[in-house]
Design a protein around this ligand. Structure first.
Ligand code: 9MR
Length: 590
């Protein structure tokens, strides 16, 4: 149907920090600067100026102007920005505008929990509660044909893998993606003291069942997934068949048997894709363990090692269990250094990764930070990832999940090596600051190819920038993090808040099997605080995205439609860096 034109003034729909950067973007073809006026709730003029034309913007395919408002303004509701003939919606200025975002984004993880019932007392609306699901998940391996027609014989044992978080809109539980998501939340925990807010998620801060147990709530939430990762580890002495690989590393038809003790199964998932909507407790598909892989095993090693140092004083028995599991996983991956994830079974996400040298570095870095042992130091210090880091951070590229820890951990690297790494990290952050000038809406990404989960790519960039701020206290890095959050909360060509329940035009229709009201009115709307994967100009293969081909540019290839798993799914590795970035801004608000 016909849609009203989007308002031309785009800014963060949560508003601005009273003493932070304030940028608005105006979609306009006007060749010359336009006069702007900022008024307060009483209609008084607070500031005036002229916009700066940006010219053609490759990322949005439009022309825009930038407006920079004064760095310091009084907190209050009802500000408005008029630029030439157009005006913004009213917006607030506040000391901590991102506090609700940080808190709500964290509650996503409780609601993704698998196993226990999701109780009305812990959710925003009664319809978000649901019964226990996959509550006694003792499963065997999937013995069946893969898509090459070869039959995986499975395994001769079962594991109790109850718990953890569902990955996304589907009900799979994947070690590879669980690893980086948990690391991200635990990394945030490890930084809060340095940011001056160690108690941001103190016991009682989050509406979770563990509130009141005397332990930090962010740690309680993260432990849910650490326990799941540990449960996915194969007991000692077990032999398991895995796909054979060709000389080039590609999986070949056929299987061989390995000594698999200490390895991690890649995933537990339904044997066929389920439809949408489907609440977790309505899932009737059989669920199985899928073959172990080197990448999954190193994910487990990295996160279990990180957990061991964090819980050392909080729960020494858990810390010791995690550390032993991490070392067993490391040793198993050394024995089996090239087992690819077999992504050839239908019915769940692949998370296949053909290069696990980055996972190996990540695991070594976490084990070094926790144990100080020479064997891990040798791997880390001899690695090209340390000598010449190139920034990337995603489920499939995890070396920076080691480097960010090493850059600020006081004991892992020698002071000289740490300082050298810190300056490499700030140099990379300088590059991201520059990238803001390459596109009209001012995000720290110069490309025009927006990949699957592009919003999380920006959030992971925010983690590099936030760490650079922690190292230097240079406000340019923090400002760039504000820019990422501003973009996600409405400063974008679609005037869209990509986070549910946040801002004037929030995302409403995630691709999610339970929060599926758009698909079926008997299911609930999403809870607040959940971020969409975002524009995807590279995959474009679902029924909503396909017709957009050739009709959108990077930042505009997105529709709020529940059918679009390539553009509008939600996922634990996307909400985790949202929590990190929002908590960073809240903790460090000037
Ligand atoms: O985030 C993943 C993205 O990088 C891949 O391109 C895509 C296709 O393999 O899969 C994404 O992960 C999905 C996973 O496989 C299954 N659960 C939902 C995830 C988010 O869409």
């Amino acid at each position: 149907g016909a849609t009203a034109p989007l308002p031309a003034v785009r800014l963060d729909q949560l508003g601005f920090e009273a003493r932070g950067p304030k940028t608005a973007i105006v979609a306009t073809d006007a060749p010359a600067p336009l006069p702007w006026t900022l008024t307060d709730a009483a209609g008084r003029t607070v500031a005036t100026g002229r916009s700066v034309p940006f010219g053609p913007d490759p990322a949005s395919g439009t022309r825009v102007h930038r407006v920079t408002l004064p760095r310091t303004l009084a907190p209050g509701p009802g500000y408005r920005l008029a630029v030439g003939p157009v005006a913004s919606r009213p917006f607030p200025i506040a000391d901590h505008p991102f506090a609700p975002l940080a808190r709500q984004a964290t509650t996503f993880f409780y609601q993704q929990r698998s196993g226990p019932p999701i109780l009305p007392a812990h959710v925003q609306r009664p319809d978000l509660a649901r019964p226990a699901a996959h509550a006694a998940e003792r499963v065997t391996c999937f013995a069946g044909p893969d898509q090459r027609g070869a039959r995986w014989p499975g395994c001769d044992y079962s594991l109790d893998v109850t718990g953890g978080w569902y990955d996304a809109g589907d009900h799979g539980k994947y070690v590879v993606n669980g690893g980086i998501s948990t690391w991200t939340l635990l990394d945030l925990h490890e930084r809060l003291a340095a940011w001056g807010r160690p108690a941001l998620f103190a016991d009682g801060a989050l509406p979770i069942p563990e509130a009141g147990n005397g332990i930090d709530d962010l740690l309680d939430e993260a432990r849910v997934e650490v326990e799941f990762l540990l449960a996915m580890q194969i007991p000692g002495g077990k032999r398991v068949t895995v796909a054979t690989v060709t000389d080039t590393g590609a999986p070949a038809s056929g299987f061989r048997t390995i000594d698999a003790g200490g390895m991690a199964h890649t995933k537990v998932a339904d044997i066929a894709w389920t439809g949408l909507p489907l609440a977790p407790h309505e899932d009737r598909q059989p669920r199985r363990l899928y073959p172990p892989s080197t990448a999954a095993t190193l994910n487990l090693a990295a996160v279990a090692a990180q957990a061991a140092r964090i819980w050392r004083d909080i729960d020494p028995a858990f810390a010791a269990r995690a550390q032993a599991a991490a070392i067993r996983a490391w040793d198993a991956a050394a024995r089996n250094p090239a087992i690819p994830a077999s992504s050839d079974f239908a019915g769940s996400g692949g998370y296949g990764d053909k290069d696990w040298s980055d996972e190996r570095f990540w695991a070594a870095a976490q084990l070094l930070a926790t144990t100080g042992e020479a064997r891990f130091r040798e791997v880390v210090e001899g690695s090209p990832y340390l000598a010449a880091p190139a920034f990337a951070l995603s489920w499939g590229k995890t070396d920076f999940a080691g480097l960010l820890t090493l850059a600020t951990d006081p004991g892992a690297l020698s002071p000289d090596r740490r300082r050298a790494l810190q300056s490499r990290i700030t140099a990379l952050a300088d590059g991201l600051v520059k990238e803001q000038d390459s596109n009209g809406y001012g995000v720290p990404f110069a490309g025009t190819a927006y990949g699957w989960g592009s919003n999380s790519d920006l959030l992971n960039r925010a983690m590099l920038l936030g760490t650079a701020w922690q190292i230097t206290r240079d406000p340019r890095y923090r400002d760039a993090v504000v820019g990422v959050i501003d973009y996600l909360l409405g400063r974008n060509p679609l005037d869209q808040s990509y986070v549910t329940g946040m801002g004037a035009r929030p995302m409403m229709q995630p691709h999610h099997r339970f929060w599926a009201k758009a698909a079926d009115p008997r299911y609930p709307l999403p809870p607040p605080g959940v971020v969409s994967g975002g524009p995807n100009s590279t995959a474009m293969n679902d029924e909503v995205a396909a017709p957009l081909k050739g009709r959108c540019t990077g930042q505009t290839c997105w529709v709020d439609d529940w059918r679009s798993y390539t553009m509008n799914e939600v996922a634990i590795n996307w909400n985790a860096p949202l929590v990190w970035a929002a908590a960073f801004l809240d903790a460090t608000a000037p």
